[in-house]
Every structure is written in C-alpha cells, then in structure tokens.
Design a protein around this ligand. Structure first.
Ligand code: COA
Length: 167
C-alpha cells in the first residue's frame, strides 16, 4: 500500500459526515456535528487525509501562541519570547489504512508548525487501554505525566495525560 497516493488538506464543512463516520468506526469519544463545524470555521489545524476522494483519517489539534513580554526591573530586560502550546484533541485513521504512516504524517504536519518556536508543549489524553495510540505517541517522545481517573465514558475508563515539550 506504500505506493498509494494520500492527500493531506485542511478539513472542510462537507467533510463532517465522513469525519463522524471515522470517529464512530474507530470508537473515539463523539463530538457533535456542530462542534466539528465550528472547529472547521476557526481552526487551521484540523487536517484530513484523503485517498481517491474519500476521507480516511484526520487530526484535530489546537495551537495557542503566547508572547512573553519583556520583564523590566532595576537590572535587566529580557527579550520577547514566543511560546506555543498545542493540544491533540483527536487523531484517527480508518482500520484498513493503518500502519501506512498516515497518523505519522498527520502528526508531523502539526509538529512542523511548532518547530520554529523557542518553546513548545503538546498535550493529549488517551485511554489507558489504547496501547496502539500510546505506542504511536511514544515514537514522538510523548511521556505519560499522570493518570486521570474515570476520564472517559462508554465505557468508563481512566486516561493517561501525555506531554511532549521543547524548552
Ligand atoms: C493511533 C493511530 C492514529 C495511528 O495511526 P497509523 O496511521 O496506523 O500510524 P502510523 O502508520 O503512522 O504508525 C507510525 C508508528 O506508530 C507506531 N504504531 C502505530 N500503530 C501501532 C500499533 N497498533 N502497535 C504498535 N505500534 C504502533 C509504530 O511505531 C508505527 O511505525 P511502524 O508501522 O513503522 O511500526 C491509529 O491506530 C488509530 O486511528 N487508532 C484509533 C483511533 C485512536 O485510538 N486515536 C487516538 C485517540 S487518543
């Protein structure tokens, strides 16, 4: 399957039905159609992967930039520093297309945006039983920071809070 041509682009309103289908097939915590539509309207970091005009995967991240203002005191003035924080809200690839680096490429599209910042952190939550996703995140050097009790419902389960930092 490695020779197949996958296209990556920003999510559009007409994609929501397919995104909901992938969400449901992959057992992700459901978002409402309205929530997805709002993200598409305001968030450039909602990216889909397409194969033969069919959506087969997506990543939904949120990036927030901060500028640390100069701190003046009697002795010194520190330079402005740009910091970026990101959260991976959802990532999913349809079962029959997994292990083709699609997840990797979706994640890289987000990581590439962070590279130029002096400091960044990316956070996410994952079900403690989701070994595939945990292994996937660990290849980017995400670390498990804490365990959040009963974070998930249907079924109720703890979540790992994971983080990747550059500083
Ligand atoms: C997690 C997920 C997005 C990974 O997508 P993917 O396209 O299959 O991942 P990739 O092909 O890019 O995998 C990259 C690497 O991650 C690791 N990896 C991915 N899936 C793995 C698995 N099932 N078991 C072990 N390692 C895995 C491997 O190191 C893999 O490299 P390799 O195939 O050369 O060994 C996919 O499994 C998925 O959609 N899962 C269901 C939805 C989900 O759980 N999302 C996360 C919610 S928090």
């Amino acid at each position: 399957m490695s020779k197949l041509k996958f296209l990556y682009r920003k999510a559009r309103l007409k994609d929501v039905r397919d995104i909901k289908r992938i969400e449901s097939d992959c057992g992700l915590s459901p978002w409402s159609v309205k929530d997805y539509e709002q993200e598409i309207g305001k968030n450039p970091d909602f990216i889909i992967c397409e194969f033969e005009e069919k959506i087969i995967g997506f990543i939904l991240a949120r990036l927030i930039t901060h500028i640390e203002y100069p701190i003046k005191n009697n002795k010194s003035t520190f330079l402005n520093k740009e910091i970026i924080e990101a959260e991976i809200l959802n990532i999913s690839v349809m079962k029959e297309f997994r292990r083709n680096n699609i997840g990797l490429n979706l994640m890289k599209l987000i990581l590439d945006k962070l590279e130029s910042y002096d400091e960044y952190s990316i956070i996410l939550d994952v079900r403690v039983s989701n070994n595939a996703a945990i292994k996937f995140y660990q290849i980017f050097n995400f670390e498990i920071i804490s365990r959040r009790k009963d974070l998930y419902s249907n079924p109720v389960e703890d979540g790992y809070f994971m983080k990747l930092e550059k500083n």
